[in-house]
Design a protein around this ligand. Structure first.
Ligand SMILES: [Zn+2]
Length: 363
């Protein structure tokens, strides 16, 4: 029989003002905690950190964060961890700070607490990190023995971040169900190297349904920096449902298209989830999804301001050469596009991008 596998963080906790309870979670692991966070992110939540320390005494060591998840930065923080005898690593901020903290915990064999301050990607729950070079180019993925020990999501902090982050997270989460569906049809492996479970597929489906039901209401709440039930649901969809869904069900065309898009300089100012959003449209065209489903997704993206065509990603001058470049990069060896349940060629992907761009550009 096939081997099925599902991985997840040991604990996921979500609530308004939850960061002020950080001390009690740190004390579950020890006393000395190394904080991996940029000065900006740390200052944004400093009053919560102070409050947490008043409620439950612990030693917070400010490690800083150099904006990029590089091997050098991981080394620097590992040395701090050893020197200060840290019991636990806390990553606070966006995906790169969280990935760095996860890597430090992995190499130093220490527990990791992850505190996302934006809900723009599904990185917080995962057991992997994306490593960049000193120049900010993708270098490699590192896979860890285990996922974070605690993912602590303070919805009040996320509500106060610009809503463009939240919407980008919806774009990333939008891909989860479609990629999970394709991987299941293809019997493709998920990230930990097994087949998907019924649980992971149900989570991916719930992720999509939650997005359709609550995205607009959640964006309106976030635009006004308040927490509502809809915003709570979308934060859970972006971070937990999408995180478990992608990792334990697998990635396919949408994320490969995202990676292809990154070869064009014009797209560099756009967030990961914004590029994934157009990747989803291409994915649906590539597999010839029913028109009804494709239209539902196009209108969903349009209602939130998520990119549906190349122009929305800054590519104003669409040429054959540029689209071919995206298609070639999306079909690079080892890409997740080969998890689709049929053979995929560069020409197929080129045709799907051109068609998706036409459909998205004309709604
Ligand atoms: Zn993603």
């Amino acid at each position: 029989m096939m081997k099925k596998v599902l991985i997840s963080p040991a604990k996921y906790l979500q609530g308004n003002n939850e960061l002020s309870n950080l001390g009690s979670y740190v004390r579950g692991f020890g006393y000395n905690a190394l904080l991996v966070a940029s000065t900006d992110d740390q200052e944004r939540v400093q009053h919560h950190l102070d409050e947490a320390n008043e409620k439950e005494n612990f030693n917070l060591i400010y490690g800083g964060f150099n904006t990029e998840c590089t091997k050098k930065e991981i080394e620097r923080l590992r040395r701090m961890c050893a020197k200060d005898n840290c019991d636990v690593i806390i990553g606070l901020g966006g995906g790169k700070a969280l990935d760095t903290a996860k890597a430090v915990g992995h190499f130093e064999n220490k527990p990791v607490i992850v505190v996302p301050t934006i809900a723009s990607t599904d990185a917080p729950c995962s057991g992997l990190a994306v490593i960049y070079t000193e120049h900010g180019e993708f270098e490699e993925y590192i896979f860890f023995k285990r996922n974070p020990d605690l993912v602590l999501v303070d919805t009040g902090i996320i509500a106060k971040a610009p809503s463009r982050f939240l919407v980008a997270g919806m774009g990333d989460a939008l891909s989860t169900y479609f990629e999970a569906r394709s991987c299941a049809k293809a019997y493709a492996n998920n990230i930990p190297g097994g087949k998907s479970t019924l649980a992971a597929l149900a989570i991916a489906k719930l992720c999509y349904e939650t997005l359709l039901a609550d995205s607009l209401k959640a964006k309106a709440a976030c635009d006004n920096n308040v927490v509502t039930a809809a915003l709570e649901n979308i934060i859970e969809a972006n971070i937990l449902l999408s995180g478990l869904g992608f990792e334990s069900s697998g990635l396919a065309a949408a994320h490969a298209i995202h990676n292809g898009l990154t070869v064009l300089e014009e797209t560099h100012h756009y967030f990961h989830g914004e590029k994934v959003s157009f990747g989803v449209i291409v994915h649906l065209v590539l597999e010839n999804a029913p028109s009804e489903e494709l239209n539902k997704v196009l209108h969903y993206c349009q209602s939130l301001g998520l990119p549906v065509c190349l122009k929305d990603l800054g590519v104003t001058d669409v040429t054959t050469e540029k689209v071919m470049e995206i298609a070639k990069a999306a079909c690079a060896e080892g890409e997740t596009i080969y998890n689709m349940p049929f053979d995929v060629t560069v020409e197929d992907v080129y045709a799907a991008i051109i068609t998706a761009d036409e459909l998205g550009g004309s709604i």
